[in-house]
Design a protein around this ligand. Structure first.
Ligand code: AMP
Ligand code: MN
Ligand code: MN
Ligand code: MN
Length: 280
């Protein structure tokens, strides 16, 4: 039985496993087609591809780009991209530079709230020094005893309006989609239920996404409750988008689902798998 997972992270962004360990865990859990989709970073794809070849599973080159739409950060996954495409590489370099500047500001905000040394703390958890995310701050704050869970860190410190939240400049949604398409890839709107947009804003986002060349939307994913699969399946069908599936796996002890645990996509939905076969 083929099993697909088109959204996962390694320690090249805010996951905890190396690309090789991630591929090995996916293979051990029955995943046959895996996309590594690190945030704003392509550095893990070479190692993942070598490991996938050794272990006999199919690796799809992916990325999860941090974008901005209507003042909210929206994530767009790119699948089957060319990891050497010059424009994509250059723009992701820029996003990682913005992240570094933000990390310093986050640490200043936390210091003002009485948490000293958070930048060094977060850096300790960030295997890739160019890619510091709020997740690394959250892991530090939990392990240093400031909060009981990552969820509590986000609620108390890292969400808009909280002392460790810094509005970040990301790529405009349309530019990120165009970058993915320009690198030969398929753009997928990640975890759409996460954004809490009202209906007209979500429709506007989907219009702009499609106009820029976006083709797919996550329907079954780790960040969605099961009742949201039906909701976004219906939206995919109505908008003529391909359905995608991904765990958004970061770490064995974090998140709702482990690798290989999601049910398959409903067979009646057109899926990204059919498009990916042309890229194989
Ligand atoms: P950043 O890209 O630095 O803004 O960090 C966003 C990352 O934080 C996401 O990719 C998730 O891994 C994680 N994240 C976002 N919201 C939450 C939350 N409420 N609880 C736990 N992790 C979260
Ligand atoms: Mn993440
Ligand atoms: Mn995401
Ligand atoms: Mn993700």
């Amino acid at each position: 039985m083929p099993q697909f997972d088109f959204h996962t992270h390694s320690y090249c962004s805010d996951g905890v496993l190396s690309p090789r360990e991630l591929v090995a865990r996916a293979a051990a859990h029955g995943v046959t087609h895996l996309a590594l989709t690190d945030h704003d970073e392509l550095a893990g794809l070479g190692e993942a591809r070598r490991a996938a070849k050794e272990l006999g599973i199919t690796l799809v080159s992916g990325v999860e780009i941090s974008t901005e739409y209507a003042g909210t950060s929206v994530h767009v996954v790119g699948l089957a991209i060319d990891p050497e495409e010059a424009r994509l590489v250059a723009r992701l370099d820029q996003v990682r530079a913005w992240r570094l500047a933000r990390a310093e500001e986050i640490a200043r905000g936390l210091a003002a709230a009485g948490i000293a040394g958070a930048l060094d703390g977060a850096r300790h958890y960030a295997r890739n020094p160019e890619l510091i995310s709020r997740t690394h701050f959250a892991r530090y704050l939990v392990d240093a005893g400031y909060c009981a869970s990552k969820g509590e860190v986000f609620a108390r410190y890292m969400k808009p309006g909280k002392p460790g939240y810094v509005p970040q400049r990301w790529l405009p949604l349309g530019e990120a989609v165009a970058l993915i398409v320009g690198a030969g890839g398929i753009a997928v709107l990640a975890h759409p239920a996460r954004y809490e947009f009202d209906a007209p804003t979500l429709e506007g986002l989907l219009d702009e996404f499609a106009a820029a060349g976006g083709e797919a939307i996550e329907v079954v994913c780790g960040g969605h409750a099961p009742e949201e699969w039906a909701r976004f399946g219906a939206i995919a069908r109505r908008r003529g988008l391909l359905a995608s599936i991904g765990s958004d796996f970061h770490a064995p002890d974090e998140g709702r689902v482990d690798l290989g645990q999601l049910p398959g996509l409903p067979a009646s939905l057109p899926s990204v798998m059919q498009r990916l076969l042309h890229h194989a």
